[in-house]
Design a protein around this ligand. Structure first.
Ligand code: FUB
Length: 464
């Protein structure tokens, strides 16, 4: 697989169509979100899929709803690289090339599919247009020919440049669902707030066996509009002891520094997972491995060493929770990167699988976790309450579970944030991506989480 050369970043603007082959576009980005792609030299014709093949056909206001859906794509994080993009269809498939034809297929998560489904923006033939080169065959671009879409070798000719140039347009079939909160495949969201701004740290999903390698950060003031801050830690270059399984990040602030706790493993040889900690001066990184070795090694304790989470109590003491199969907690030392092993406690409640999360409200501590397997539609969130961050814990019930009538399967691995200065709480979680996801193709959603007068948590009704 070859890595594309430095990307030309395009500034896309709406406006009257002027076809001037050979004129370079001004600089801009390919914004994530729901879009339609109009041909530069066949105005009124749009990129779409039909019987699984990529095509270019006219679309008008009078076209069928199916045609409009087929001509609408969500620009998402590149399945093979965060430097490029993938185009997801409204029925959850991905535009990819095979035998040099463009077609749509479900993401298998293997590296070949992810590369075939990743495209990088290049200057289009006219101002305000773009061209998409292949991630794994950078000399080839998406181009229309005989009403079909092909991945053809770039030719520096006016005809080729025009055939391979498209304008980003408002979507023919706008999004109707609220979710996902950030476009694309992400999971295990850690939603928190620092200095009055929300930050979201998810696992990058869409990889077979969850073999992703990097974390991105997003931030927002309203939980609706999110800024993508790019990659904040990449196991490959940044972590000597891990090169895959970049799972379940959690970020905590202390003394002006930000600590990112994460799980990681090695693709070759040792397949076990370890927990590490990285540090940065800003919530959006860049983070650097704080220890140069795991904070918790595989096998050091029973259960899988994954899914770290830090809760800091009102007195400033931080606690580290972690584990799959068994839940543990230990007070962190003030340096946030060490602890006294003699103080580690097992706190596994009945039904616990993974994804421990702790919050405090009105002097009650809430210990929350995920039950069942993330590949199961029955993956769900349960909780207990207790008088201290260490328990003892009394299980109270299920907070969040599948809602098949709304197409919601496997909601879990959550986090909870309080709107700063209020008693309004939000729960972030992942679920099978709607409509075509599964346990390795997940998306992030956020819903309100409310408390009863007695302090128990009302079951969350997840919204699509
Ligand atoms: O995303 C990889 C793993 O899947 C997480 O560590 C688990 O909690 C489960 O969500």
């Amino acid at each position: 697989m070859r890595i594309p050369s430095v990307l030309a970043v395009l500034a896309l603007s709406a406006g009257p169509l002027t076809v001037s082959p050979g004129v370079s576009a001004a600089a801009a980005t390919l914004p994530a979100g729901v879009r339609s792609f109009e041909s530069v030299n066949q105005p009124g014709s749009y990129v779409r899929h039909q019987e699984s093949l990529g095509r270019l056909t006219p679309v008008t206001a009078g076209s069928s709803q199916q045609t409009k859906l087929d001509a609408t794509f969500t620009v998402v994080n590149g399945l093979a690289s965060p430097s490029c993009y993938s185009l997801q269809t409204r029925n959850g498939l991905f535009l990819r090339h095979r035998d040099w034809r463009l077609r749509v297929d479900a993401n298998t998560g293997d590296s070949a599919f992810r590369a075939d489904a990743t495209f990088c923006p290049q200057d289009g033939s006219v101002a305000g247009s773009l061209s998409l080169s292949s991630y794994n065959y950078p000399a080839r671009r998406i181009r229309h020919r005989d009403s079909g879409l092909w991945l053809d070798t770039y030719q520096d000719s006016p005809n080729f440049r025009a055939d391979s140039s498209f304008r980003l347009k408002s979507p023919w079939a706008p999004k109707v669902n609220k979710g996902p909160v950030v476009p694309g495949l992400f999971a295990d969201p850690h939603l928190t707030s620092f200095n009055g701004r929300y930050y979201l740290y998810p696992t990058t999903d869409g990889y077979a066996s969850w073999s992703g390698t990097y974390y991105k950060a997003f931030s927002s003031t309203d939980l609706v509009n999110w800024t993508d801050h790019g990659v904040i830690l990449d196991h490959g270059p940044d972590v000597s002891w891990a090169d895959n399984s970049a799972w379940a990040p959690a970020v905590a602030a202390k003394n002006g520094s930000y600590y990112l706790y994460f799980s990681g493993g090695l693709a070759r040889g040792d397949t076990s997972k370890h927990i590490g900690v990285a540090v940065a001066d800003s919530p959006t990184g860049p983070f650097r491995d704080a220890l140069g070795r795991p904070l918790i090694r595989s096998g050091q304790y029973t259960g899988q060493a994954i899914d770290p989470m830090v809760f800091t109590d009102d007195d400033g003491q931080s606690y580290l929770y972690w584990g799959q199969g068994a839940a543990r907690v230990v007070p962190l030392n003030p340096d946030m990167v060490s602890f006294d092993p003699a103080r580690v406690r097992v706190i596994t409640p009945p039904g616990y699988n993974e994804a421990a999360f702790v919050l405090k409200r009105n002097d009650i501590y809430y210990f929350m976790w995920s039950e069942n397997d993330t590949r199961s539609e029955d993956y769900r969130v349960a909780y207990a309450t207790g008088p201290t961050p260490l328990g003892p814990w009394t299980k109270r019930g299920i907070v969040l579970q599948k809602r098949l009538g709304a197409g919601i399967k496997g909601p879990g691995h959550h986090s909870v944030v309080r709107a700063p200065g209020t008693d309004t709480w939000h729960i972030a979680y992942h679920r099978f991506a709607i409509p075509a996801g599964n346990g390795t193709n997940r998306e992030v959603a956020i819903d309100r989480m409310e408390f009863n007068a007695d302090g128990t948590i009302r079951p969350v009704v997840p919204t699509p």
